[in-house]
Design a protein around this ligand. Structure first.
Ligand code: HEM
Length: 529
């Protein structure tokens, strides 16, 4: 009897094994088949419209070539401090645009085709269209940084979060953040003056990128979570650690389910994420425990009021968001809100160091606007026109996002240019190439010339996109520009600077465009200070 049971169990196991094996084989065959169909279908449909591109491999697409070209282009520093960085940072585009023109087809991986488009009119349409959504492997890669926060959200979830977050970035709100920005900028000035005092000469070398990244992290942490956030320094440290972890993820983290495996790196990622979330939960619970309708004047306070307040307000018309999404949005704002701002001030300091006549002009505007006052007020900011143009020109030459992508949720027919992007294909906007295109900006495209922004007609729609465009334009752009104006002007008011001989010009595109080996400048305190 027992023998019969055993043979029945063994037979059942053998059957289960063969079913499982057949299922796996069927899945693999199905995947290969749909991959082949996708390649043939997409390539044929786009070729009919004159859109061609380099030959992809079925599984890896053009990923191997992209990786190889970037590795080779960035393997050494640039020979001079030139602004000609497009071929270095987007070498794949540089190479293939020469053969295939301003629209070409390529594949991030075998199942993700994208059409790279550098024509302003089409870009304008893509970024304004609701038929394209954020998605794709880049997003999946960045997931641990942003969770389901605004940067990653799509469809109704995005619309809901955007409406709740928008009021935190109204101009009136940003004015309220100025004292915090001034406080952090003054702290930086004191720190650098201290360094100069303790040096034997009146000059010190500082890696301004690393310091500015800490300062902008401090500003966003204070404006988002308030001055009383006792874990601020630890929080900033953890977020930076999380970024390093995410950037070092292996390519196979994109395989569904990989993130749940207890690998060494995944466990580290889980641990950091758990700590970050616990700090935010603690902060939120402490605010909620006050039991009031007013939860503070910082960004978190506003979001809590919109979510939990019992008093009627305009944002009450928007349904509240869950605590988990709220936490993801806090993480998102912190992360999106400091790296690119630090890069902006860093690159503008470099450009002013390389162009001392512009530095002198900028300083003279700051002194004139300050007119003896110690700090900038909200009324002074619009008067800093040249500083505004310097920041715009910096963002043109060194945009934080070198390229952005959207995926077509259905076949998208363009009114201009007679183009149809098939459903599931991404449209990619190589912002850096558009910003460096002489056909759009003239022969002096690579020169630092802030005056090009003094004429209002200088910028044609779709040719200047440092903050993206359309409904998903950067929510923090006014905040970032106010912050950069204050920090840069405060530094101009106190120091003059030049490039240090130890600086190595090596721009690199990670999550943002940053100087790979830091930005070493020689700082000198101005005589009147
Ligand atoms: C110089 C500074 C900044 C630059 C150059 C910049 C650039 C950008 C760009 C290009 C996008 C669009 C991405 C896309 O379309 O795929 C974006 C989106 C976003 N940015 Fe910024 N950003 C800056 C500062 C900030 C700040 C200070 C914050 C917050 C405090 C912020 C929060 C966001 C968020 C939440 C989004 C997603 C918006 C959405 O999808 O609705 N950014 N940013």
């Amino acid at each position: 009897m027992a023998m019969e049971w055993w043979s029945a169990i063994i037979a059942a196991l053998a059957l289960a094994k063969s079913i499982a094996l057949n299922l796996v084989i069927a899945r693999v065959v199905g995947f290969v088949f749909s991959l082949c169909r996708l390649h043939v279908f997409v390539r044929r449909r786009l070729a009919k419209q004159g859109i061609l591109g380099p030959k992809p491999s079925w599984l890896a697409g053009n990923a191997v070539e992209m990786k190889r070209l970037v590795a080779s282009a960035t393997s050494a520093d640039m020979k001079s401090t030139s602004n000609d960085i497009s071929a270095r940072l987007l070498p794949f585009h540089h190479k293939h645009a020469q053969t295939y023109g301003k629209r070409f087809l390529a594949w991030s991986v075998g199942w993700e085709p994208f059409v790279s488009i550098s024509e302003p009119e089409l870009i304008h349409e893509i970024l304004n269209s609701t038929d394209f959504e954020k998605s794709g492997i880049q997003n999946r890669f960045m997931m641990p940084l942003f969770g389901r926060g605004l940067v990653m959200a799509t469809g109704k979830a995005w619309d809901h979060q955007r409406r709740l977050l928008n009021p935190a970035f109204y101009v009136e709100r940003i004015k309220g953040f100025l004292p915090t920005i001034n406080f952090c900028a003054s702290g930086l000035v004191q720190e650098w003056k201290g360094l100069i005092r303790s040096s034997s000469s009146n000059v010190v070398e500082v890696d301004v990128h690393s310091v500015l990244t800490s300062v902008t992290a401090d500003i966003i942490a204070r404006t988002s979570f308030g001055h009383e956030f006792t874990h601020r320094e630890e929080y900033v440290r953890l977020e930076r650690e999380l970024e390093v972890c995410v950037l070092n993820q292996p390519a196979f983290c994109l395989i569904p389910g990989y993130r749940y495996l207890p690998t060494k790196q995944n466990r580290k990622l889980w641990e950091i994420t758990r700590k970050i979330r616990s700090y935010l939960y603690e902060l939120i619970d402490a605010r909620l425990a006050t039991g009031k309708d007013h939860f503070g004047d910082d960004i978190l306070g506003l979001l809590l009021a919109a979510t939990f307040s019992s008093s009627p307000s305009s944002t009450k018309k928007v349904p509240p968001m869950s605590k988990d999404v709220l936490i993801d949005d806090c993480k998102t704002l912190f992360f999106a809100g400091h790296e690119s701002s630090a890069d902006l001030v860093t690159w503008s300091m470099m450009l002013l160091a390389l162009n001392p006549e512009w530095q002198a002009r900028a300083r003279s505007e700051v002194l004139q606007v300050l007119d003896g006052c110690e700090v900038l007020t909200s009324e002074m900011l619009p008067k800093l026109k040249l500083i505004g143009n310097i920041l715009s020109e910096t963002l043109r030459l060194y945009p934080a996002a070198v390229a952005i992508r959207r995926k077509a949720v259905k076949d998208v027919v363009f009114t201009k240019g007679k183009l149809v992007i098939p459903k599931g294909v991404c449209a990619e906007v190589p912002i850096l190439r558009v910003h460096h295109d002489p056909e759009l900006w003239g022969d002096d495209v690579l020169e630092f010339n802030p005056d090009r922004f003094s004429k209002s007609e200088a910028v044609a729609a779709g040719s200047y996109l440092p903050f993206g465009w359309g409904p998903r334009i950067c929510i923090g752009r006014n905040f970032a520009l106010a912050e950069a104006k204050v920090v840069l002007s405060t530094l101009l008011d106190n120091f003059e600077w030049e490039i240090s001989p130890s600086y190595r010009h090596s721009p690199r595109a990670g999550v943002t465009l940053y100087p790979q080996h830091g930005m070493q400048l020689l700082l000198r305190q101005l005589p009147q200070n």
